[in-house]
Structure formats: C-alpha cells, structure tokens
Design a binder for this molecule. Sequence first.
Ligand code: HEM
Length: 281
Amino acid sequence: MQPADLNLTTTIVGHQLFLFVTFGLSPDTGGADGEMTEALKLLGHGMENIHDVDGPPTEEVFKNGRYQFLRAETALTSDQQIEHPAVSRSDGLIRLECASLEPIRDYEAGLRTLIESHGGSVETLAGVQRPRSYTSYAMTQFAYAHAMPPGPGDKHQLAAVTPMNKTDAWWQMDFLHRESFFLPRYDENENMVVKGHSLASAAGVPGISRRLVHAPEGYGLPENYDFVGYFEFAESDAPVFREVMAALRDTKQNPEWKYVLEGPEWWGRRVKDAEGFLLRN
Ligand code: HEM
C-alpha cells in the first residue's frame, strides 16, 4: 500500500541501509588482514564516520553520506515473531544514511563484493526517512522536543535495531483509527483505560536516541519490513530501553502491538573504525 492511500506523508527526507555482515569462517581468508581493513576504509572515503559526532549532521555532510560500525552483542539479541537468521546471527552491522540513495547503494555493492570474496555475506535492510504523519504540535512537544539527540559512541555505546511489519488489519484501518493508537484512551468517565504508544514508551524520551525508517516501496509488501527502528543509548540506559520495549509489547497498555509482527531485536555495540569492526575475538 502506498502512503498517499493511507493519508500518510509521501515526502522522503533521507535514506538508510542496514548492512548486517556475517564474516567468513575460513581462517586464512576471513581474518582482519590489512588489505580488508584498507578496502573497508576506502569504501567510506568522503563520507562521515558518525562514531565521534555529537548531534545531527549538517546538510552538506548528509549529502555525502555517513556510516556507523557496530559489533553484534549476540547474547542481547532476541528473535521475535519473524525469524531472520541473517540478521539475528550476523557478526556486525554497518548503518548508512544519506540524503540520496546512490552513494550508499555504491557502498553496499562494494561491501558485498569485499565480504563475499572473503567467504562472508551481507544482508541488507533498507528504509526511507519521512516526516511524521500522526504527530500534532502538542505531541511534538511531548515526544520529540526533549528527546535525546544522537551522540558519540563513547557516550551512547549500545544500539538496537527493530525491524517490524504491521498486519493487513492495520493497513485496512481508517487513518483516524490508526492515529488513535498513539494517544491514551479514556472511558465515558474520562478515566484512562490504556496508555497508547506514546505514553507507554515515554520513559525512553530523555535517554534513548531514536530514528525510524519506512519501507521504501510501500507498506505491506513482502520484500521489505514496513519499519526499521534504530535506537542508541548509554550502557546505563539499557534497562530503560528494555522497559520501553516491554511496555510497547504489552497489548493491554499499547493495543497497537496487536497489529505488529516483529523481526529480530538486534543489539550491537558501536565501534570506532574499520579495524574495530573487523577484529576477531
Ligand atoms: C522512546 C519513546 C517513544 C516515543 C515517545 C514514541 C512516539 C511515537 C510517535 C508519536 C509516533 C508517531 C509518529 C508519526 O507521527 O508518524 C511513533 C511512531 C512509531 N514508533 Fe514510536 N515512540 C517511542 C519509541 C518507540 C520504540 C522503542 C519503538 C520500537 C520499535 C517504536 C516504534 C515506532 C514505529 C514502528 C512507529 C511508526 C508506526 C506507524 O506509523 O504505524 N517507537 N512513535
């Protein structure tokens, strides 16, 4: 389904690719040799390494593209309803973002050739950034004005990726009905009966930096997740992130999740450079 048919914005303000890398097993070809490190550095030439950056990118930098290396935190990753081993069992992730798709698709093609030539594989999740569709001025003040901006990797060490689909029943719903899930609901005496998405997850506003991308080709299609969430936070805020996910998944507090099917909740640790990304344990 296309955003315009759903009363959702059709504007695209950026592109993201999540490149989940599984390294080759062969010890003589898969190691972090200098040649591979150099090739990986070359792929990012002219792009910004997000790792040490505090705050959002400038327009100029966003035009050239940006990347963040992450190593898998396998013990923290969990499968949800949709199994996707190429994501959940990956060794690491390179997250790319750019104003246009071409530079980061070129990076993806180069990475795939490099990793496959060393016996590994790359699984890509793609998404587009869009302005918010359901959010009023007042909700902006509540959910975004005080939200944690992106921070450097030594401050926000951890990240989680949450690919997900919404069910056909969700996409068949009228937009006013869909919009109502983001707000609390009240009975005839104005007592709150459910918190809804925004209030259920409110604990995450000050300490979790969040970004969301939408399926590039339209919603409800088999080739892409409808949404991929990306969250960065300090090690000390990991319990808050877990609390927020538990609250969103509690359909008594957040009935929206009755219409959600999740891919793996993938956890990773941000690493500074190509050397750190390729390092073998
Ligand atoms: C941390 C506090 C959070 C707040 C305050 C919050 C608030 C919101 C709001 C207001 C929207 C509507 C955006 C629009 O106008 O289009 C939204 C959308 C969304 N949020 Fe959250 N959110 C939070 C965390 C999360 C988390 C942890 C997830 C986990 C996966 C998540 C997943 C989504 C998704 C998938 C959408 C798009 C839903 C749709 O368009 O059908 N959010 N969120």
